[in-house]
Write a protein that binds this ligand. Structure first.
Ligand SMILES: NC(=O)C1=CN([C@@H]2O[C@H](COP(=O)(O)OP(=O)(O)OC[C@H]3O[C@@H](n4cnc5c(N)ncnc54)[C@H](OP(=O)(O)O)[C@@H]3O)[C@@H](O)[C@H]2O)C=CC1
Ligand SMILES: O=C(O)CCC(=O)C(=O)O
Ligand SMILES: [Mg+2]
Length: 742
């Protein structure tokens, strides 16, 4: 038996809006690529696909599917990798439970998610679900550091067509609140491992009576790794949250908590659970035991809590107690005020990297329960990165909103390779079961990074390997050289982890003779300087660790471009391949709701266009395929065409939507291929296609929009029906015929 050859380019099947967009765009890409002898394959990394792949023994042979994520995880380590990665769902428990329910209803005998696994069988099922939960995809694929920026054409378009910005009032009551002690930032310790210390290590918790619990065994560390350990005190967290409830109420603003329960999939759902519990403290004081016995876990959010309380014998009594407490509390920042969905309903609804920039873009306003915009207390318990938002809020209060028509740009070079800083993985985060001392015991017996902890504290270790750090600094040097602009390492010498990173950064810059081209500033100071720089119309490169990479590549794009969906996001894989992430944002669940209600998809595929162009040019470079190069340059011209002619999707029925935007992309792409003069075969192939697409514009657009305004049936949410999705996303028979797909 022969194994099929790996396609030249791998496109990813994901979820929600980007997957709907792919149902329209990918066949266009495949049809164009085929003409140039380039194959584009698909790997399924959707939440439903990953669940199905995890339980083969429960499924019939035709329901089973291979573990595409594992295959891709291997592929990205090979020099030939060329992957276009779209944003996928990083599932919270409520999303995971909903996806399983949908699959079960479709006849897939997937086990139910065990909230409280008791038997060995349940524990093993739970372990499989835990591997699917949270940011389970990106950390596996990101075998390289991150280069995210707005393509020049995209930035110029944003300047010429500035998006709306809310006004900042000098007396805005919006603030950022964070802990001042006993959090991850203040408790952090960090070391660089020597070669004697490398090898197998374990994490132990020692009780005051000497009893020893091994929290984790069999860890493997390489020499040169930066290893950190820190913890957040649960008692300090609860006191902080209770104080914030009081302070928010007296300030008369909205209460909001901003976390990253997806990437920080162990620590942040626990912190979120503390917020739910402290907000409803009087209810938990009276009914906590009964609620726990009914299987309620506040970490899953207020939404799940209310659903489960409704099933309890004491439902009426407890609901009345909840209503009474809520009436006394400050108003909550809302996810959807029409539907009564609060900030505390679902741990993954409010995701810090997107939520705070959206609020800053709106002039410091969040949505309240009355459906009106209001000033907000943005609560970010850990103080490691809260200063960037605090400083942004302070800066805009002082100087007014940024003007996207004149602002320069902040690009990002992010330390991301090989799960740097454990962002997105977290095999070494624990909710501490009893008081004692946690320490890491290294291969040579050294006991390091000791922390004294109490029951309930959230302790975590994070490691960052030497090779990715060195690669990141080199990437920063080459990006600064290419741009010639300001470049800042966002590192705080006073923070344990950053101080260790600087032990690598400074000598590499000095050896390359470029130390004078870079500044090293704390995140707060770097925020201020970068905002001042772009306000003057100049550019800056933010060189940051993994968490700030995530935060900054939403913050600046949302201010400069209106959304991070338009970003160019390149992952230069360390073993030589390339991964091209589309945009820097997520999977826009709101866009799916709109499609289902009125068959209009406002997802903008500009991120996909940018990634596709880069992927084709990279293929041309690595395989010396000149047709791929022509195809790639033509993609850039098509993207420019979509921008120049204002053919990006807009929000309302009757305006251009995703499908119509793809028609124009195909038209401009075909025209660019017909009008080049390097490859006659491509000209001969694409000239008639370009002509037919242009001649039939009115017919195609009419076919694409015929059912706009009416509800659309996708036959599912997490696992949509392929035929139904195809019918909705490719409704133009004329276009299918021209592309040879009918
Ligand atoms: N790389 C990845 O795989 C990532 C995955 N995620 C996942 O995505 C999901 C949703 O995350 P969330 O934080 O809500 O953020 P999203 O980025 O999905 O959505 C925030 C808002 O940004 C706008 N937006 C995002 N992408 C586009 C686009 N292509 N075109 C137009 N507008 C866009 C939309 O605004 P409007 O409503 O105004 O149109 C949207 O409501 C989660 O499951 C999360 O885990 C999140 C980040 C990255
Ligand atoms: O993987 C995730 O959950 C989100 C990733 C993300 O937000 C980013 O990398 O910008
Ligand atoms: Mg992000």
């Amino acid at each position: 038996m022969t194994t099929p050859a790996t396609p030249d380019i791998i496109y990813t099947k994901v979820d929600e809006a980007p997957q709907l967009a792919s149902a329209s765009l990918l066949p266009i890409i495949q049809s164009f690529a085929r003409a140039a002898g380039v194959s584009v394959g698909v790997k399924d990394i959707s939440l439903a696909g990953r669940i199905i792949a995890s339980f083969p023994e429960n499924l019939t042979p035709d329901q089973r599917q291979p573990d595409d994520l594992a295959e891709l995880g291997e592929l990205v380590k090979s020099p030939g990798a060329n992957v276009i990665k779209l944003p996928n769902i990083s599932a919270s428990v409520p999303q995971l439970v909903a996806a399983v329910k949908e699959l079960q209803a479709k006849g897939y005998a997937i086990p139910t998610y065990p909230e409280d696994p008791a038997t060995d069988a349940e524990k093993s099922i739970r372990a499989r679900f835990d591997a699917i939960k949270g940011s389970a995809v990106n950390p596996v694929l990101r075998e390289g550091n991150s280069d995210r920026r707005a393509a020049v054409a995209v930035k110029n378009y944003a300047k010429a067509n500035p998006h709306s910005m809310g006004k900042w009032a000098k007396d805005s009551k919006t603030i950022v609140s964070t802990m001042s002690a006993n959090d991850f930032f203040s408790n952090e310790k960090s070391i660089i491992l020597s070669s004697a210390q490398s090898g197998v290590a374990r994490i132990e918790l020692i009780a005051p009576d000497g009893g020893l619990t091994v929290l984790k065994d069999g860890l493997k560390f390489t020499a040169g790794t930066v290893l950190d350990a820190t913890f957040m005190s649960s008692r300090a967290l609860d006191t902080f949250l209770a104080d914030q409830i009081t302070a928010t109420k007296s300030a008369g603003v909205l209460f909001s908590i901003h976390l990253k329960a997806t990437m920080m999939k162990v620590s942040d759902p626990i912190i979120f659970g503390h917020a739910v519990r402290v907000f409803l403290q009087p209810v938990f004081d009276v009914y906590g035991d009964k609620m726990a016995a009914a299987g309620i876990n506040p970490n899953s959010g207020l939404g799940a809590l209310l659903d489960q309380v409704a099933l309890m014998a004491e439902a009426t009594e407890i609901m009345a107690a909840i209503d009474a407490v809520m009436a006394e509390r400050p108003p909550l920042y809302m996810v959807n005020s029409d539907k009564g969905i609060t900030n505390l309903h679902v741990p993954s609804d409010v995701i810090i990297d997107a939520s705070i920039p959206a609020l800053i873009r709106a002039g410091g306003k969040g949505w309240g329960p009355d459906g009106k915009a209001a000033d907000t207390n943005c609560i970010i318990p850990d103080s490691s990165y809260a200063p960037i938002y605090d400083e942004s809020v302070a800066y805009f209060k002082e100087t007014g909103a940024l003007d996207p028509a004149t602002a320069g740009t902040v690009q990002n070079v992010g330390l991301m390779a090989q799960k740097a800083e454990e962002y997105g993985s977290h095999p070494t985060t624990f909710e501490i079961p009893h008081a004692g001392m946690v320490r890491i015991v290294l291969a040579n017996g050294d006991e390091v990074l000791e922390q004294t902890v109490a029951a309930g504290d959230i302790w975590r270790a994070a490691s960052t390997k030497q090779a990715p750090i060195e690669d990141w600094v080199q990437l920063a040097i080459s990006r600064q050289k290419a741009e010639g602009c300001q470049a800042i390492f966002w590192l705080d010498e006073g923070r344990a982890h950053d101080a260790e990173l600087l032990k690598y950064v400074r000598p590499i810059l000095a050896a390359a003779g470029v130390a004078d081209k870079f500044q090293i500033l704390t995140p707060r100071a770097a925020t201020r300087l970068s905002l001042e720089t772009i306000r003057k119309g100049q550019d800056s490169i933010a060189i940051s660790g993994n968490v700030l990479r995530d935060y900054l590549t939403d913050l600046f794009p949302i201010l400069e471009l209106g959304t991070s969906a338009k970003m160019l996001s390149i992952v230069k894989l360390m073993n030589g391949g390339g991964m091209f992430e589309t945009g820097a944002g997520g999977s826009a669940p709101k866009h799916v709701q709109q499609l289902v209600q009125e068959n209009h998809l406002r997802w903008d595929s500009l991120g996909e266009f940018c990634a596709l162009g880069e992927s084709l040019k990279f293929l041309a470079e690595t395989t010396d395929n000149h047709k791929a190069r022509i195809l790639g340059h033509a993609v850039d011209r098509a993207t420019q065409g979509v921008l120049d002619h204002n053919k990006s999707p807009e929000g309302k029925v009757g305006q251009t939507d995703n499908r119509a935007s793809h028609y124009f992309f195909a038209l401009y792409w075909a025209q660019a291929l017909a009008n080049q003069n390097e490859d006659p075969v491509l000209i001969a192939h694409f000239a008639p296609i370009a002509a037919a697409l242009a001649e039939n514009e009115a017919t195609i657009l009419a076919e694409l929009t015929a059912t706009e305004g009416q509800p659309a049936d996708l036959g599912g949410y997490f696992h949509t029906d392929p035929q139904k999705t195809n019918a909705i996303m490719r409704p133009s028979a004329t276009m299918l015929r021209i592309l040879g797909d009918a």
